[in-house]
Design a protein around this ligand. Structure first.
Ligand code: SAH
Length: 395
């Protein structure tokens, strides 16, 4: 593509990008009238101030992450064939990691497609376009997905908060056969149900796969509590691995209905009890009643939706760890997770440690983990590792 508009960086701002970082921020760009006039998401040739080509980038003059490099070859042609190559590479990697067609297929920058999320539920793909440049690829993106994966449908969930930062509106649509029932997925030898029409994120949290498997393998013969259970990812797998009694708690009836479907499908309904409740109220009432569990999993929604929420969110994680630790039987296990992008792993671990101590418990951390490997990281964006998951053994 030699006819792309040229966007230049301010003097000395190219070094980080030349070293491999994929983004240039708006204050690093020579934002002249020509640059400002470019449509959101335009493909541009990104250059250093002295004219050195840095690559082809997606450009949005109206947002903080103004340029996202998508090919370091400034002569690359970004067409359906280019997109298809990236999708095929991502699919081959996932099939190596988690064969069977249920995984996060595309994890944005790490898969070379900035701002694009695609989750694969067998022959259904659920797409979230979180950058203007991805949206501007238009049908070429869907055609490439269709070519590489032959899906029955592509559900487009363009309703994330991230889109607002890019100046994009919210919408939802389906290409192909409409969906008329929850999707069935397989994970770690169990069956689950997800509903991308109304579920959280794209309908299933693939990121917790390895963490669920690790915890479930400690649950045979145990009493288990899964608070913030959503569609039963932790609790139902624990029952399937032999937990004698599992309590699953969520404030959403839709989530509990999906979890019940999963319990039925795995033949573990008799071991599972479902309760619609606020997590903190539930934990506190159980403590008052003196109820204990051998394993407690607490995987809440993001407490910090933005930077200003961080102090309150940290207190929230401490309070959650304290309330959950109080319900763990002597010698039992506590699992706590945070999916808040703005909370760093260090402060999270510190608050969990404090909460556990405030509950009067001694603990050992058994496992420190993040998202499963189908959520790869761009090596220059380590801060995009949003999931933090701690498993502790309590005395
Ligand atoms: N553990 C799940 C994912 C949890 S997502 C898994 O493995 O897939 C967070 C869940 O918390 C959602 O299902 C949401 O409905 C629930 N939730 C949000 N606020 C809540 C509250 N105050 N009390 C209980 N559940 C809540």
């Amino acid at each position: 593509m030699t006819d792309l508009p040229v966007v230049r960086l301010q003097p000395q701002r190219h070094k980080r990008l030349r070293m491999g970082h994929p983004w240039a921020f708006s204050n690093e760009i020579q934002m002249d009238n020509a640059a400002k006039a470019l449509a959101r998401g335009s493909l541009v040739r990104l250059e250093a101030s002295h004219g050195e080509a840095l690559g082809v980038a997606m450009f949005n003059p109206h947002t903080l992450i103004a340029a996202r490099i998508i090919d370091r070859d400034a002569t690359a042609t970004i067409d359906a064939a280019w997109i298809a190559r990236h999708i095929a590479r991502a699919r081959d990697l996932r099939e190596l990691l988690y064969p069977g067609g249920n995984y996060r297929l595309i994890h944005a920058e790490a898969d070379g497609l900035p701002g694009l999320i695609v989750d694969r539920y067998g022959d259904t793909l659920v797409v979230q376009r979180n950058a203007a440049g991805i949206e501007k690829l238009g049908d070429a993106l869907f055609e490439a997905l269709e070519k590489e994966l032959s899906p029955v449908r592509i559900v487009v969930r363009d309703d994330s908060a991230a889109r607002q930062l890019e100046g994009l509106g919210a919408s939802e649509s389906v290409r192909g056969t409409p969906l008329d029932a929850p999707l069935r997925i397989q994970e770690s030898g169990a069956t689950f149900f997800a509903d991308p029409r109304e579920g959280q994120k794209t309908g299933w949290f693939f990121d917790q796969r390895d963490n669920r498997a690790f915890l479930a393998n400690l649950c045979a013969g145990k009493r288990v509590l899964d608070v913030y259970c959503y569609a039963g990812g932790f609790g139902v797998l624990a029952a399937k691995r032999g937990a004698t009694a599992v309590k699953l708690v969520d404030s959403s009836q839709t989530a509990l209905d999906l979890a019940k479907l999963a319990a039925d499908a795995n033949g573990v309904s008799a071991q599972c009890i479902f309760e619609k409740a606020d997590a903190f109220e539930f934990l506190e009432s159980q403590a008052r009643a003196g109820v204990v569990y051998d394993v407690v999993s607490a995987d809440p929604p993001a407490f910090a939706k933005s930077r200003k929420d961080v102090p309150m969110a940290l207190k929230g994680y401490r309070k959650l760890a304290r309330a959950a630790a109080k319900l763990v039987a002597p010698g039992g296990i506590l699992f706590v997770a945070s999916c808040s992008h703005n909370i760093e792993p260090g402060p999270f671990a510190e608050e969990v440690a404090r909460g556990v101590s405030e509950a009067g418990r001694n603990a050992r951390i058994l496992r420190v983990a993040g998202a499963a490997a189908d959520h790869p990281l761009h090596p220059h964006l380590p801060e995009s590792a949003y999931l933090k998951a701690l498993t502790l053994a309590l005395d």
